[in-house]
Design a binder for this molecule. Structure first.
Ligand code: 8YV
Length: 336
């Protein structure tokens, strides 16, 4: 009884994310009353909303945080996102209510960069297609020219969005694959220029000159459909397009047309306009498209690091300290 009473004196944290490691949950439970929702569906939502009613912190990833949800959580001090992207957060609504928001930059850079290199290699060397070819009882005929792919090494890599992930991709490409690097970004990235000789250029130049074009930009109002028909038409017919940002940064219908009309050679996609991607999406029936289920950062090690960093952000905020990865300083106006 006594313990139960004490438990309820601890501030409440709601966790709405599947498979947060028990290590992270027990770290949070030391100081907080943790309510964990593995999934949010018709059955669990009413309970989730009820728990939000007196929750001080929310740990989540990708959940849409808008005024409707925030209105149900009047005690909320902080939303901690287990992701670097935070396009799921309505910052204006959070700021209005002095609710802090945090993300998890840095810890996933190398893992997402590995995924991007994997997509580049998979599309260029047709690895999933050839895997199926062999597993369905086939082998090469004579020299196997019909199974040839395209070189990756020494080809021009264009990176749109040269942040931490972009820099990690550029390092792999430059030091491992001898690829010249072009990049387009909101601002110049002198570190990347010095480290891997990355050359800053306009979006148009990047489209025209890249053999591999990697989209890594965050989704913001300025980057919605950043790549569309015009850009695909500017690209080489031998170019391979990679998207590891968000599906909405690309005009997906324009991408489908560019692939169908052979305006580009192939695509490697970790993200889609609609997720989960619809099984009827034309991209899924194309041999020259390699599709992943938005798993750029999903390794056991990195997901644990992300969740732990998110938990640390949450605890700092609730302890009245500045969270290390605060996104919205505006929310602090009346707090510190
Ligand atoms: C997550 C991501 O898969 O960090 C990001 O921005 O895209 C991924 O690491 C995603 O946010 C989880 O929903």
């Amino acid at each position: 009884m006594e313990e139960r009473g004490l438990l309820h004196m601890k501030p409440k944290i709601v966790v709405a994310y599947n498979k947060v490691s028990p290590k992270v949950l027990s770290f949070l439970s030391e100081s907080y009353h943790v309510i964990n929702f593995d999934k949010l569906d018709a059955q669990t939502l009413p309970n989730f909303y009820q728990e939000l009613g007196d929750a001080h912190g929310l740990l989540t990833a990708g959940l849409k945080i808008d005024s409707a949800l925030l209105n149900r959580a009047p005690q909320l001090k902080i939303v901690s996102n287990i992701s670097v992207g935070y396009d799921n957060l309505n910052l204006l609504e959070l700021n209005k209510r002095n609710v802090m928001a945090t993300n998890t930059p840095g810890v996933l850079n190398d893992t997402v960069a590995d995924t991007v290199m994997g997509l580049i290699l998979a599309v260029a060397r047709r690895i999933p297609e050839l895997d199926q070819h062999v597993k369905t009882g086939n082998w090469k005929v004579e020299d196997g020219v019909n199974l040839y792919g395209n070189n990756v090494h020494h080809k021009v890599l264009g990176i749109i969005g040269m942040g931490g992930i972009g820099t990690a991709v550029a390092k792999r490409a430059h030091f491992g694959f001898d690829m010249p690097i072009l990049y387009h970004n909101r601002s110049r990235h002198t570190e990347a220029e010095q480290m891997v000789n990355a050359v800053y250029c306009s979006l148009e130049e990047l489209c025209q000159q890249s053999d591999f074009m990697c989209l890594l930009t965050p989704l913001t109002p300025q980057t919605v459909k950043l790549i569309g028909e015009k850009e695909f038409k500017q690209m080489k017919s031998t170019a391979i397009f990679i998207n590891a940002s968000r599906g909405a940064t690309v005009d997906e219908q324009a991408l489908i047309r560019a692939l169908e009309n052979k305006e580009i050679l192939g695509a490697g996609l970790d993200v889609f306009e609609q997720e989960p991607v619809s099984p009827g999406n034309k991209l899924l029936s194309m041999d020259n498209v390699v599709a992943l289920p938005h798993i750029g950062s999903a390794t056991h090690e990195t997901r644990l690091e992300m969740a732990m960093l998110a938990a640390e952000n949450l605890v700092s905020g609730l302890q009245g300290k500045m969270p290390p990865n605060l996104i919205n300083r505006e929310a602090l106006k009346n707090l510190f």
